[in-house]
Design a protein around this ligand. Structure first.
Ligand code: NAP
Ligand code: ZN
Ligand code: ZN
Length: 409
């Protein structure tokens, strides 16, 4: 049996996409079948995709096996792991993952630092990929579309937060992308350090193909986590903003706060990051390890976004915030930091927190990035380099996000 796809000549790079869009409608393909973009035998051999290649890419069969990297315990390095993705349900899309960012939350959870880890765990919630199959009732996407998945893959959809488009604050059951469960509250979810993922299309984002896709991946967590609070507190022209910690989140916070028109200061423990801070658009740089610099910044900022992953003194940070100003925490250090009441009483200051962003706002952020050519600064790695990458993140040795090239094993 031979299968002819289309009937028009295609460029070589279009063949795979054409094959994908046709294959998912076929019930069965036998060994030796040939896929062609135009009637055989006119098709030159190099334009054929063999069934063997297709099987290798796991596009068939009820049992979808994905090749992944997993943490099997809090104290062992991540290792190769095969996992079974669920069958594509009517409202699902199957995504072939191209790139996945490495968030510090991956490290916190893989190493059990938040006390809620379940193993085996396949981390990764900064996912960019290509739709490989769509369910019968899925409408948003077609095979071949470029898409993103962030920190959530489902939610109760019935509570006030879900109805208001802020699924991240779901009062029912929030299905995070990994280290969580599906809506049945039993089936574990697994993340983007993986060749494929199956996600309900409501939690899948459109990605603009004109951007560098590798550098888009971190927008799905680091991007939205910093965009959302800046929007919520209506940061813009006339605001003095401090970004505490210049890491994966911090460097995106600088880009967004600058794009919104604020006067931005990077507050960092790393003298070596000053030039980068200015290149990213920051107007000022403050070395938080120098007491005189911190003292001089007393009551300076309207808004400080704290993206720090490790323990630090929040009272000292609060001292830099002016009357009615806000300290917003997005970083989640392992230890709970003490706050002295006087640090917020005099002069009246607020401390808040913020979690990622809703699906609607995440799409808004991705569209904003596409319109302003904003992406992350990334360093590419292979999946097999993940443990080394974790160590480097912990040393602050990344400018400013590692991204896994999932196909490059
Ligand atoms: P990251 O790339 O490692 O950056 C963290 C930065 O914090 C470092 O680059 C460093 O910046 C600073 N830092 C680290 N340890 C410090 C310490 N002990 N004292 C002072 N500064 C320190 O991490 P990330 O991926 O941006 O994530 C940051 C935090 O946000 C993590 O805790 C993560 O779990 C959390 N997070 C929260 C959300 C949310 O929804 N709220 C979403 C994603 C991530 P300098 O060298 O400039 O000082
Ligand atoms: Zn994250
Ligand atoms: Zn809900």
């Amino acid at each position: 049996m031979r299968i002819i796809i289309g009937g028009v000549p295609l460029r070589k790079d279009e063949l795979w996409q054409a094959a994908l869009s046709s294959i998912h409608r076929l019930e069965r393909i036998d060994k030796g079948d040939v896929l062609s973009s135009r009637p055989l035998p006119l098709m030159p051999k190099q334009y054929y995709a063999s069934v063997a290649q297709i099987e290798q890419r796991n596009l068939f069969g009820a049992a979808m096996k994905a090749q992944a990297y997993a943490a099997l315990s809090a104290t062992t390095p991540l290792e190769p792991f095969e996992l079974q993705r669920r069958d594509v349900r009517p409202s699902d899309v199957l995504i072939e993952i191209l790139y996945c960012g490495v968030c510090h939350s991956d490290i916190h959870q893989a190493r059990g630092e938040w006390g809620n880890s379940v193993y085996p765990m396949v981390p990764g919630h900064e996912i960019v990929g290509r739709v490989a199959k769509v369910g019968g009732s899925a409408k948003k996407f077609s095979v071949g579309d470029l898409v993103g998945v962030g920190c959530m893959v489902d939610s109760c959809r019935a509570c006030p937060s879900c109805k208001g488009g802020e699924e991240q604050y779901c009062g029912g059951h929030l299905s995070l992308t990994y280290n969580s469960t599906e809506q049945d509250q039993k089936t574990p979810t697994h993340g983007g350090y993986s060749s494929h993922i199956v996600v309900d299309e409501s939690f899948v984002l459109r990605v603009d193909p004109k951007l560098d896709l590798r550098a888009v991946a971190p927008l799905l967590c680091a991007g939205i986590t910093t965009y959302s609070p800046l929007k919520h507190w209506k940061i813009g022209e006339g605001h003095k903003v401090g970004v505490l910690g210049l890491g994966g989140l911090g460097h995106m916070a600088v880009k967004f706060a600058v794009a919104f028109g604020a006067e931005v200061t990077v507050i960092s423990t790393s003298r070596s990051k000053e030039a980068d801070a200015r290149r990213l658009g920051a107007h000022h740089f403050l070395l938080s390890t120098e007491q005189d610099q911190v003292a001089k910044a007393s009551c300076r900022f309207d808004f400080v976004l704290d993206t720090v992953s490790g323990s630090h003194d929040l009272n000292a940070v609060l001292g830099m915030i002016k009357l009615n100003g806000n300290l917003v925490l997005v970083g989640v250090p392992t230890e709970a930091p003490p706050i002295h009441p006087f640090s917020i009483i005099m002069p009246r200051r607020s401390v808040s927190g913020s979690a990622i962003g809703g699906i609607r706002e995440t799409q808004e952020m991705l569209d904003f990035c596409a319109s302003r050519d904003i992406v992350s600064d990334v360093e590419m790695i292979r999946m097999s380099q993940i443990n080394e990458a974790y160590e480097r993140v912990l040393k602050g040795d990344v400018r400013y996000r590692f991204v896994i090239d999932v196909a490059a094993r």
